[in-house]
Design a protein around this ligand. Structure first.
Ligand code: PEP
Length: 253
């Protein structure tokens, strides 16, 4: 019932030219993969070009962030959801841990970004996850509940049936130390039960929850085969078109 979803977060990698070269190499490799939603999230400057190159194909384009304000105004350096939509984006990642940690994004800011994205007709992928210290102190569930509560508080039931969530334990991002399938399944199950309490059984059953954190072609199926994992948010392993295509193929095996 929930379409699997694999998203490549390119972070601050690839110029416009490099992004277009990637898409040229990648599109033929995913042409036959019709049972899975596939997206990449390039840097802002490459979004319009990548979206144009991907137009009419199954490849969706996401921004890595979106302004909490909009549709326009005195917000130097920010890009509004409406502008991303016009550039051809299908959605935007919000609340990535690198933004929470390096740019001071609070739960309230992340919730406002998710709200703005939805209002502009974009699909938000809202990221959640605890740090290593939080996990080791036994606070992982509490932290994710707090992050999730802020996002849920900004949504209607209809929104709750559209948004995508990504559980990305901070200690697993870019470290080569992925969560174990047991840890991922337990947290995903917990997130879905919180969604059910907030928005009802239908919204919870429809909610797509991606796992992120050192996902590779070798381990992706360990996660995507889990009952409450509906896909993956992939950083490093999405940077090569052949490698990312292979990872997506493996996720379906
Ligand atoms: C990410 O950037 O969201 C991510 C999960 O990175 P990596 O796959 O490199 O751990």
């Amino acid at each position: 019932m929930r379409a699997p979803f694999i998203v490549g977060n390119w972070k601050m990698h690839k110029t416009v030219t490099e992004s277009l070269d990637y898409v040229t190499a990648f599109l033929p490799q995913i042409a036959e993969m019709r049972d899975c939603d596939i997206a990449v999230a390039p840097v802002f400057t490459a979004l319009a070009s990548v979206a144009a190159a991907a137009s009419g194909t199954a490849l969706q384009v996401f921004a890595q962030d979106v302004a909490a304000e909009g549709p326009s105004g005195a917000f130097t350096g920010e890009v509004a959801a409406e502008m991303l939509k016009e550039a051809g984006c299908r959605g935007a990642i919000v609340g990535h841990s690198e933004r929470r940690r390096n740019y001071g994004e609070t739960d309230a800011i992340v919730a406002a970004k998710a709200r703005r994205a939805l209002d502009a007709g974009l699909l938000p992928i809202a990221c959640l996850g605890e740090t290593l210290a939080e996990r080791e102190s036994g606070a992982a569930l509490e932290v994710v509940e707090r992050q999730l509560g802020a996002i849920a508080g900004a949504l209607t039931e209809a929104d709750a049936r559209r948004i995508v969530l990504a559980y990305e334990p901070v200690w697993a991002i870019g470290t080569g130390r992925a969560a174990t399938p047991d840890v991922a399944q337990a947290m995903h199950r917990h997130i879905r039960s919180i969604w059910e309490a907030a928005f009802g059984a239908t919204a919870a059953a429809e909610l797509r929850i991606l796992y992120g954190g050192s996902v590779t072609a070798e381990n992706v199926a360990d996660f995507t085969s889990l009952p409450d994992v509906d896909g993956a948010l992939v950083g490093g392993a999405s940077l090569s078109p052949a490698g990312f295509a292979q990872l997506i193929r493996r996720s379906r095996e």
